[in-house]
Design a protein around this ligand. Structure first.
Ligand code: C2E
Ligand code: MG
Ligand code: MG
Ligand code: MG
Length: 281
């Protein structure tokens, strides 16, 4: 390469790009073997009723502990898995594992599983859901899938039809991270969501008294109520945040204040030893 090709910035920038590309390549290779090497497991975070604190379910959250690199956040590896076309097999494993583990809980609480848009763009996903339910014996109404607004952005996709078929099985659907994407309200009225999850950024803003955050939560709650949907406030970390979102009418809450994502044995202990413990955890 010519030395004066990109000026000074060229030389500053390139090494960092190189490291990022190299890190991606290494992580992607490791990701290809992660499942078969047993490096992945699920954590479960309690979701509770805003008014009574009663446990209503758990959200399954994927964890990857690499023997050399340690714990890698899903914020980092999920997008990588999506780019490398690895999210379908990984997502299928998450779904089957969550359904199986949920059948071993004593109470009929729900389990929520995050689903990437790429999984919904494949019609074969309908059969994967049916098979996960049939093999585990989990009743369909105890499974909830969480999707984000980005599902509805891609044109000419079968995602809506795939969702419709899954809804027809009796599986519930919630809209994750609401307010963070490029929202179009049209699909909200056309899709049978059970609940809208309000992103943590609004919860934080509201408890800090940011008028816009309060206005947005108020509007989402009113919209959800008029469409017959529940609202879940995400990332509630303090009592003040809990009181704020409860006051604004959110029906469910989830966050470190009510419980961190837990290993499956601890989640099972919470359900099997009484529901009030969940709120106190
Ligand atoms: P998400 O679905 O919105 O999940 C909520 C995230 O917020 C989780 O992060 C959870 O640990 C975190 N969280 C919960 N309560 C609090 C709180 O009070 N304060 C703060 N600061 N954070 C809280 P996590 O586990 O790192 O997951 C991040 C994202 O990765 C998820 O966001 C989801 O989009 C994605 N993800 C996780 N597991 C899966 C999976 O199995 N499949 C797919 N496709 N995506 C997944
Ligand atoms: Mg989620
Ligand atoms: Mg979320
Ligand atoms: Mg989120």
């Amino acid at each position: 390469r010519s030395k004066d090709a990109g000026g000074g910035t060229f030389h500053c920038y390139e090494p960092q790009l190189h490291v990022q590309a190299e890190e991606r390549r290494v992580l992607e290779m490791a990701l290809r073997k992660a499942l078969q090497n047993g490096e992945m497991h699920l954590n479960y975070q309690p979701v509770v009723a805003a008014d009574t604190g009663e446990l209503t379910g758990f959200e399954a959250l994927l964890r990857w502990i690499h023997p050399e690199f340690g714990n890698i956040s899903p914020v980092k590896f999920v997008p990588l898995a999506e780019d490398a076309r690895l999210i379908a097999p990984i997502g299928e494993w998450v779904l089957r594992t969550a359904c199986e583990e949920a059948t071993r809980w004593n109470h009929p609480v729900r389990v929520a599983v995050n689903v990437s848009p790429e999984q919904l763009h494949n019609p074969a996903f309908v059969a994967v859901v049916a098979s996960a339910l049939a093999q585990s014996g989990l009743p369909a109404d105890r499974l909830e899938l969480e999707v984000t607004e980005s599902v509805f952005m891609k044109e000419g996709t079968c995602a809506i039809q795939v969702l419709e078929k899954i809804l027809d099985m009796g599986v519930r659907l919630s809209l994750d991270d609401f307010g963070t994407g490029y929202s179009s309200l049209g699909y909200l009225s056309r899709t049978r969501f059970s609940s809208i999850k309000i992103d943590r950024s609004f919860v934080q803003g509201a408890s800090q008294g940011v008028p816009e955050a309060i206005a947005i939560i108020r509007a989402v709650v009113a919209l959800a109520q008029s469409l017959g949907m529940a609202t879940t406030a995400e990332g509630v970390e303090t009592e003040a945040e809990h009181l704020m979102v409860q006051d604004l009418g959110c029906s469910k809450v989830q966050g470190y204040y009510f419980g961190r994502p837990l290993p499956v044995e601890e989640a099972r202990a919470i359900v099997n030893h009484g529901q009030r413990d969940a709120a106190a955890a």
